[in-house]
Design a protein around this ligand. Structure first.
Ligand SMILES: Nc1ncnc2c1ncn2[C@@H]1O[C@H](COP(=O)(O)OP(=O)(O)O)[C@@H](O)[C@H]1O
Ligand SMILES: [Mg+2]
Length: 465
């Protein structure tokens, strides 16, 4: 009898065929979705209306990874959410089978190979690296030593105009009270080694913009990380006459999307100098405020944008004196839900609701500028649906890669894209999203900077693209 270890058990997992190795599971339980390269057998499984990721892995690793992911979820750090570990599996031949770790499939997430599809702009690579560095700094701030930083172990989600990075593989990770500089350096070394390999691989597959060089890219990870870490944690000393610099520092940190949990301020006995040392935590302020007001749980930049729209709505309707939650409820039904439900059912898989609303607001802004008038939300929504949404590839894919789909090259195993094509000479890892044209390509190409784009981060925090 298999054993289920889970904090929030899903009884629908129990009748699944645990006595069969994951690799041989009948396709009725599987969903073909894009995913990154993996060491273990990973499959996406369908349980009722939910999609979970299942990974077959030895017992100590499975339980350890489950606990690590649980800890990250508890601390609100972006990672996949663990659901269960199934142990004590016995095969049909009576031999024991490795346990399976089950996590919730991270919707609308993009493995990096899907993002690079037919080559991405240098600017996009820069934004992906920034998202990765922010994730790494957030993990390090809470004492999480990853030890397996790589693009294959990160999932990216669109967050307004940027990307948000999520940790997907915590098998090797360790949790400490705090990390030493040496431990953080070690993670950075692993990151540069792995990413160098991954970028070379993309280059060999001609998926990397020609202006980009793997070595320069990975070197930039170090400078990006150090810039951010310094800004987040370095002590600052100034004269007692410049006390406004305390507030400056806090504002700068807030502007990067972080909050100050504690500010350690020491002054010289004669008051001539002041030294401040911030203890920084994750912000997520806008996400939490929006959740409290509307029940919508979205990414930080999307939350900021939605809250701006809510504030504008409040102003336009002259309801400044009304209770905020009341106005928020009105805005939710009259604006947000009105836009989301206007989308025809067959187009709903293209954008997640908060991102859709954000893009409609963008569309309305451009149209208003172009036509020099205040375009109503309803009109902008329809314009967006017809001009933009219809032309976009699906981001949520359910059963789109049908085993018999012949208009594309055939995958050796549609439930395991890493096995490549049937007619492949070499075993190139393949992601089915690579065949979907990316809307990134149409945007204007900008040179990538080798540094963490502090200005862009601040721009994000201020809600200006
Ligand atoms: N919960 C999840 N949501 C979405 N994708 C997932 C999830 N879990 C795993 N994946 C995909 O499977 C890939 C391999 O998972 P990972 O845990 O890194 O396995 P391995 O330990 O074998 O490297 C990831 O790169 C990711 O694309
Ligand atoms: Mg992995």
């Amino acid at each position: 009898m298999p054993r289920f270890l889970s904090a929030r058990p899903d009884s629908r997992l129990i009748p699944l065929p645990w006595q069969i190795p994951l690799e041989d599971w009948p396709t009725e339980h599987l969903v073909a979705l894009p995913r990154g390269i993996s060491r273990h057998v990973v499959r996406f499984i369908k349980v009722g209306n939910s999609v979970y990721a299942a990974k077959e892995v030895i017992e100590t690793s499975a339980v350890h990874e489950y606990r690590m992911l649980q800890e990250l979820t508890r601390m609100d750090t972006p990672s996949v959410e663990p659901l269960a570990v199934i142990t004590k599996r016995i095969g049909l031949d009576g031999e024991p089978l490795d346990p399976v770790l089950v996590t919730r499939h991270l919707e609308f997430s993009l493995p990096y190979r899907a993002l690079f599809s037919k080559g991405v702009r240098a600017e996009t690579v820069s934004r992906l690296l920034d998202a990765m560095v922010v994730l790494l700094a957030r993990l390090h701030l809470i004492g999480f030593l990853w030890l397996d930083v790589s693009l294959s172990n990160i999932l990216f989600r669109r967050d307004a105009g940027e990307f948000a990075a999520y940790l997907v593989d915590a098998e090797t990770a360790e949790m400490h009270e705090t990390l030493t500089a040496g431990q953080r350096e070690h993670d950075l070394t692993i990151a540069t080694t792995n990413l160098y390999g991954e970028f070379c691989d993309l280059e060999a597959g001609r998926l990397l913009d020609e202006s980009l060089d793997p070595l320069t890219l990975v070197e930039s990870i170090l400078s990006r990380y150090r810039d951010l870490w310094n800004e987040l944690t370095a002590a600052e000393e100034f004269s007692g006459a410049e006390l406004h610099r305390i507030e400056n520092r806090v504002r700068r940190l807030n502007a990067l999307g972080f909050d100050v949990a504690e500010l350690d301020i020491t002054t010289a006995a004669d008051g001539s100098t002041v030294r401040i040392q911030p203890k920084v935590v994750d912000a997520g302020h806008h996400t939490r405020r929006l959740l409290r007001l509307t029940g919508l749980d979205v990414e930080e930049n999307q939350a900021r944008r939605l809250l701006n729209d809510l504030d504008t709505y409040r102003f336009h309707t002259g309801q400044q004196d009304l209770d905020e939650p009341l106005v928020a409820h009105q805005w939710l039904t009259r604006c947000f839900e009105a836009v989301v439900t206007a989308v025809p059912a067959d187009l709903r898989g293209k954008r997640e609701p908060a991102q859709l609303f954000h893009e409609v607001l963008d569309y309305r802004w451009y149209q208003s500028q172009r036509e020099n008038r205040e375009v109503p939300l309803v009109e902008a929504t329809w314009g967006y649906i017809n001009d933009v949404l219809r032309t976009l590839p699906d981001e949520v894919i359910t059963d789109t890669i049908k085993p018999g789909d012949d208009d594309q090259r055939r995958l050796a195993n549609p439930y395991d894209p890493s096995q490549g094509f049937l007619d492949d000479d070499e075993e190139a890892p393949f992601d089915p999203w690579e065949d979907v044209p990316s809307d990134e390509e149409e945007e204007e190409s900008l040179p990538a900077s080798g540094y963490l784009d502090m200005r862009a981060l601040r721009g994000r925090a201020a809600g200006t693209p």
